[in-house]
Structures are given as C-alpha cells and as structure tokens.
Design a binder for this molecule. Structure first.
Ligand code: PEP
Ligand code: MG
Length: 325
C-alpha cells in the first residue's frame, strides 16, 4: 500500500467533481519535515513548537529557537509552515515550567493564557520566529484563544517585536500572517468578531470536541463514547467553516480528525477544503479525495444537519455513500 500511496503523491489533490482539497502535515520535529517530499503535501498546517520545549531539560534559548524554526523553513522551501505559538500545559507537560499543581490542567493555566501572563516567553518566541524567517513570509498560529481580546493582545506583542526588529535594522519578514485556533467552545459565539482580526483560522478538534462534550481527550473510557462527527459536533465545526467563508478567510482542520477517512469525508462534506494531519495519513486521505464525488455527499450531509437526520448518524450516511461510489 505504501508503494501505491507513493504513486499518488504527484497527482493534484482534487475530487472527482473538481473540488480542490489542500492536504498538509501536522508536525513538530524538524526530523519529519523531509517527509513532505514523500507525501507530496502542500506544506505544514500545524507545527507544534512546544515539542522543542518538552524534550529539553531547560528553556530553549533564543538562538536555539531561531535555529529550529529556520531549519524547518529551510527544509519546507516554498511550502508554507504554520508555526503555532507555545501550547504548553494540559497534556503537554514542560517540567521545568511547572507552576502550581492544578485540578484540571486542560482547563488551566496553559497555552496563550500562559504566554500573555508571562510575556517574556511569548516575546522571545515571536522574536525567534521573526528572525528565523530571514525576510521570508511567516505564518503564526495562536492556540487556545478563548476571547478576541487575547488574540488582539498577541497581535500587539507581534507588532512591537516587528517594530523592534525594524528599528534594529534587521530584516523583517516580507509578510507576517497571524491565525487563530478555534478550539475553545466560547469562541464559536464570537466568530464574527475574531474572523476580521485574523488572517486565517485553524480548528483544533482534539480540544474543541473535548470541551464540547466535557470528555477528556486522553481518557478513552469517556472520549470514545462521543463520536466527534455526530451531528452536534459537526454543526459546531460547520459554524467555523461558514464564518470563515463569510469573512473570506482560509480555514484548516488540524485536529486528528482530518487524518481519518470517514471523519475527513464528513469535514469535506461541510465545506472544509484544507486538512492537516500526521504525514502517515496523507496517502489514505489523498486516495479518498481522488475517488470521491463530493457534491452529492455535501447535499446529503447538509440535509441531515438541518433536519436532524432522525435515527441516522452522519457516519452511517457517509458509509452508505462510500459503498455506493
Ligand atoms: C487540537 O486541539 O485539535 C490540536 C490540533 O492541537 P493539540 O492536539 O496540539 O492540542
Ligand atoms: Mg489543542
């Protein structure tokens, strides 16, 4: 099968009825970037920068961060890399940064909350990203945004760092884009406020589904009970897809859902055209994209979402469509 997937890598990722689907990698280690050549993916949709921090025994210094980001961009070449700002806390433990013990670390002092509370950490990382770009375009993603306010604050830190760099006579990236991760349910009700502020959006379904269902993503006893593409969750994801379209902003799915065929099909059925996943999933998803006729499935899923599809789960409906094709 691997040989078979390798044959697909240079084929354009377009459905039988002509819908373009962009396939991207989730990554975090420079070591897996050369895999872009093997999979034929368009770039890195999610680079988890906290991995460098998690495997270190002390805070990586500015120059160590610059080196890592620069190397990632180097290997990716013309293909874009979306660098997510530190998402420390919750399931991503950085022992030397541990603050007080928390009862609910997933809902605790983490991610951009920590970044804004300890701006030294955030500033250093943003500075490292700007330097690593060496004048090339840069894409930054902000995790765990709960309110538009936090995104604005982060943008302010970015703006100040760009100005600082320019003042020091250093090369500023030719373009800096900043995107928002939608993974805290509260943001679903502020999409029309946040979208105009962001250059792009990315959905983190791992956290979004965990918080929507109040079921720990790392605890199979509860998380397995709630299908992430059941109607209520798919409706939530569709809110983001629709808002992004209203505001003419690109939206990517970077949660693990995107790398699983039936789930990816559900996402494409609600209009998602950018999917970011572990490199090993690119082959199977590419095969799905090439073989599917999407428009009839989109219509069937839209109908199911609006009428509630009494007794029919989205999963059943999709299986029937796939069997028919
Ligand atoms: C997510 O929450 O879906 C996501 C992509 O981020 P992470 O898994 O790193 O929390
Ligand atoms: Mg997340």
């Amino acid at each position: 099968r691997r040989a078979h997937y390798a044959e697909l890598k240079d084929r354009p990722s377009i459905t039988r009825d002509g819908i373009d689907i962009t396939l991207l990698h989730n990554s975090g280690l420079v070591a897996d970037l050369p895999m872009l050549d093997d999979t034929g993916a368009s770039g890195v949709g999610l680079f988890r920068t906290e991995l460098q921090f998690m495997i270190a025994s002390r805070l990586p210094r500015l120059n160590e961060q610059v080196d890592l980001y620069a190397e990632a961009m180097e290997i990716a070449g013309d293909r874009p890399v979306v660098f997510r700002l530190l998402d420390i806390g919750g399931d991503k433990v950085v022992p030397y940064l541990r603050s007080a013990a928390e009862e609910n670390p997933a809902m605790g002092y983490r991610s951009i909350r920590l970044g804004l509370d300890r701006p030294g950490l955030l500033r250093t990382q943003i500075r490292a990203l700007l330097l690593a770009a060496r004048g090339r375009p840069l894409k930054i993603l902000v995790p765990m945004v709960t309110e538009t306010f936090e995104f604005r604050q982060t943008k302010l830190v970015l703006k100040k760092e760009i100005e600082r760099l320019a003042r020091a006579g250093q090369k500023v990236p030719e373009k800096v884009e900043i995107g928002v991760m939608v993974e805290v349910p509260s943001l679903l009700f502020e999409l029309d406020q946040i979208m105009p502020e962001a250059d792009f959006a990315s959905i983190g379904s791992n956290d979004l589904v965990q918080f929507l269902t109040a079921a720990d993503r790392a605890n199979p006893r509860v998380s397995k009970a709630y299908d992430p593409i059941a109607l209520p969750r798919l409706r939530a994801i569709r809110l983001v897809v629709d808002a992004a379209r209203r505001h003419n902003k690109p939206v990517t799915m970077c949660g693990e859902l995107a790398g699983r065929p039936m789930e990816a099909l559900a996402l494409m059925a609600i209009g998602m055209t950018r999917l970011s996943m572990g490199p090993a999933s690119i082959g199977p998803i590419k095969e799905l994209v090439l073989n599917v006729e999407l428009k009839p499935i989109q219509a069937a899923v839209a109908e199911a979402l609006s009428v509630g599809a009494d007794g029919i789960t989205i999963r059943q409906l999709l299986t029937e469509w796939v069997d028919r094709q």
